[in-house]
Design a protein around this ligand. Structure first.
Ligand SMILES: [Zn+2]
Length: 417
């Protein structure tokens, strides 16, 4: 067997013929030629037989390593004139538009990015993290299930901050499929308008419930576009507001203490996690701190009791009538508590009461939604090193979006001869 024929079978690149193989000191270089005569635009469906010219330099892609060898594919490409995209280099069947990597490398990186930490993937594949970011953007662009926006019935919209609250992503999740189905950079009603534009009137009209945070201002967009949808306020977000109110009380108390008794204030500072975590998640030391806080009583303990009462309302499988009664009782207690953050919270809950109860009635599952939210936050933390929000979004979509990873060795192919 000739070496070109051997490499043709080894690499199994679609639509090409291997013309030459060179062993260079640090890599194996495989020069290929496209089988097809017609030229196609890499960014649309346009095809033509007419060539504009041939690129004076060879194009290069990194392919999957061959053992310890780094493998480079080279080809001499032509340019065409696309009516939409102008003069552009022709598409190749084995790589995505604009990439210096073969699609197989990118598919592998796309999968690894959902499974491994930054250091491991960069070292294994020998690329930097921003390159990983650019690769996963391309994998997301071509890999998402095109049917992901069909048949949406109950959805949630959330905003997450990334890069220390300076930037935001707006994410839409499918409650049934438990997946993030859409996302964009930025936050606020305009971002959700963008989602509804993509969805179109007909599909938007089929949405029965949209859950959201009480503060984010997405309700207006939903009322305008998804006219049949009931607006639900996730219990998850209600509980999160309770935790936030507690944290405000704790901080105020700490600042007062710091002025009066700096030593005690230092000890109290460590109490933060005991207060904010669920009591069942505390270790022994934290549980002891919590008991001390209870003995001490005062504003912080009252705030803690309120937050736990709020959490309890939604953590059991209570029917909507029971939840309504408990929620009203919570609001009257909170507004009489003398704790300003809780007085405000009671007002917010009363204002959104119908939407909160709608979420309970329609079974917008709190635990499930909270689980998805927690995963989003973990992914956003990992994505911190990316310089682009698009890459952070791609990591979210590849990990918990409607995509199926097909790895190079799982692809069925007939090895080319
Ligand atoms: Zn085009």
């Amino acid at each position: 067997m000739r070496v070109t024929a051997a490499f043709s079978r080894l690499l199994a690149l679609p639509g090409v013929r291997v013309r030459k193989v060179d062993f260079e000191p640090d890599r194996v270089v495989v020069t290929v030629a496209l089988r097809r005569r017609r030229l196609s635009c890499p960014d649309c469906d346009f095809e033509t037989a007419a060539r504009y010219d041939t690129r004076p330099v060879e194009s290069r892609w990194r392919h999957l390593d061959l053992g310890v060898w780094r493998l480079e594919v080279r080809a001499s490409l032509r340019r065409l004139v696309c009516p939409t995209h102008g003069v552009i280099t022709e598409a190749v069947p084995f790589a995505r538009s604009g990439s210096r990597f073969s699609a197989e490398v990118e598919d592998l990186v796309g999968f690894l990015a959902t499974q491994m930490d930054k250091t491991a993937i960069c070292r294994l594949v020998r690329i930097d993290w921003d390159t990983v970011g650019r690769i996963i953007c391309r994998v997301m662009a071509t890999g998402l299930d095109p049917g992901r926006l069909e048949g949406l019935f109950s959805i949630g919209v959330d905003e997450v901050s990334w890069r220390r609250h300076h930037k935001y992503l707006t994410l839409v999740s499918d409650h049934q499929g438990r997946k993030i189905v859409w996302g964009t950079e930025g936050r606020g009603a305009a971002m959700l308008d963008e989602f509804f534009d993509t969805l179109g009137e007909e599909r938007a009209g089929q949405i029965a419930a949209v859950s959201m945070d009480m503060s984010a201002g997405y309700a207006k967009s939903v009322r305008q576009h998804a006219t049949k949808a009931v607006i639900c306020y996730d219990p998850f977000h209600v509980v999160a507001l309770g935790t936030k109110a507690l944290d405000t009380v704790r901080r105020q108390h700490w600042q007062q203490m710091r002025r009066a008794d700096p030593h005690a204030a230092r000890r109290f500072k460590g109490a933060r996690w005991c207060l904010l975590k669920n009591p069942t998640d505390l270790d022994d030391d934290q549980a002891a701190t919590l008991r001390r806080l209870r003995r001490h009583g005062g504003a912080v303990w009252r705030a803690y009791a309120l937050k736990e009462a709020l959490r309890a309302i939604f953590s059991d499988d209570l029917d909507p009538a029971e939840v309504a009664a408990l929620l009203d009782r919570f609001c009257s207690k909170a507004s009489r508590s003398g704790l300003k953050p809780f007085v405000t919270l009671a007002r917010t809950i009363r204002k959104h009461r119908e939407g909160i109860l709608a979420a309970v009635r329609l079974g917008v599952n709190n635990a499930r939604h909270e689980g998805l939210n927690r995963r989003v936050r973990l992914i956003v933390n990992r994505a911190y090193g990316f310089h682009s929000a698009k890459a952070a979004l791609a990591l979210i979509m590849l990990t918990i979006g409607p995509i199926e990873h097909v790895l190079p060795h799982e692809r069925t192919h007939v090895p080319g001869g």
